[in-house]
Write a protein of this length. Structure first.
Length: 322
């Protein structure tokens, strides 16, 4: 059970990314009747006292790294990646990994995990600004710059800024279930799960565009997932030629209409697998894929898992006879 959370901060750490971890784990929501437990949230540093932030402010941190010794989750916050990380921090990260605790980095915090050797042979991510540098400095690390977060065993790495929220909520879903993660996300006014890459250039989890006509079209497409939409038909709805529409659609969403629609179908299938008892055939129909084989294909392509495995991960109590 995920209960004790220790966040490591070092000099020149980033307050926003620290805040994402605090918002998920540091606020006591146990009295709100949503099933969210009260986490034992600890902030620690190698030398307790005043720790400088990137913004020029400082934080009074009273706990040393002994706070990580029995934590269920140890989070490494971002810091100036060109600065040396104290060996005591690296030892704390190694110890957490060795005893099977969850270890997470947010943004450039991945450099500390890599320096500690935790990412050797593992797939990981960091902010896209730093991904090439991480891969160059640590050739044994498999860096994927096109994702919001990566879980490889007990180690989770996330991309920049708000991707830390995605990674934290993912872990909550794995450990405590989709309902708890959704309750925290609702309280934070963020989506419980975002699909796609770091800047959402490839897949849009929600209909969002720069122009009102395209925005309206995307919302209509989401309401009609069960329908096959040709480029010509979609173009006609926004009074464009097919060629102009295809170009505009990709420039505003980062994807083709078919790819964008399939990403929405996958997202709908995830919701159904988490919140209903529909069998896989029914989920395929309700999400717009029509056939189970198509659902499985796109699920594996986008999420690298099967619908059955996804349901077991986020609704483990359900029977496998689906």
């Amino acid at each position: 059970m995920l209960k004790k959370v220790a966040v490591i901060v070092v000099s020149n750490f980033s307050i926003f990314e620290f805040g994402t971890a605090f918002e998920v784990f540091g606020i006591d929501r146990s009295a709100r009747g949503t099933g969210v437990p009260a986490f034992d949230f600890r902030v620690c540093t190698p030398e307790p006292g005043s720790v400088k932030l990137k913004s020029g402010l400082s934080m009074d941190v009273r706990l040393g790294l002994e706070a990580t010794e029995d934590a269920d989750l140890v989070i490494m916050t971002p810091y100036g990646r060109d600065e040396d990380v104290p060996e005591s921090v690296l030892e704390a990260l190694r110890a957490a990994d060795a005893r099977g605790a969850w270890v997470m980095s947010i943004c450039s915090g991945a450099f500390a995990l890599a320096r500690a050797g935790l990412l050797n042979g593992r797939r990981c991510t960091t902010h896209w600004h730093y991904s090439a540098e991480l891969a160059s400095r640590y050739p044994d690390v498999q860096v994927d710059e096109n994702v919001l977060y990566v879980q490889d065993g007990n180690v989770i790495t996330s991309a920049g800024t708000a991707a830390g929220i995605d990674a934290c909520l993912h872990l909550v879903r794995v450990e405590l279930g989709a309902n708890v993660a959704a309750a925290i996300a609702r309280d934070m006014v963020v989506p419980p799960h975002r699909d796609g890459g770091q800047a959402q250039f490839i897949e849009r989890p929600m209909p969002a565009c720069g122009s009102a006509p395209m925005e309206e079209l995307l919302r209509w497409m989401v309401k009609n997932l069960e329908t096959e939409h040709t480029v010509g038909e979609l173009a006609a709805r926004v009074h464009m030629s097919p060629r102009t529409f295809a170009r505009r659609f990709r420039s505003e969403t980062g994807a083709t209409p078919a790819a964008w629609l399939n990403s929405q179908r996958v997202l709908r299938a995830q919701e159904l697998l988490e919140s209903t008892d529909l069998n896989i055939d029914e989920v395929a129909r309700e999400s717009g894929f029509g056939h189970t084989v198509l659902l499985r294909h796109h699920f594996a392509k986008v999420l690298d898992t099967s619908p059955q495995s996804y349901r077991r991960a986020f609704r483990g109590q359900l029977a496998d006879a689906i």
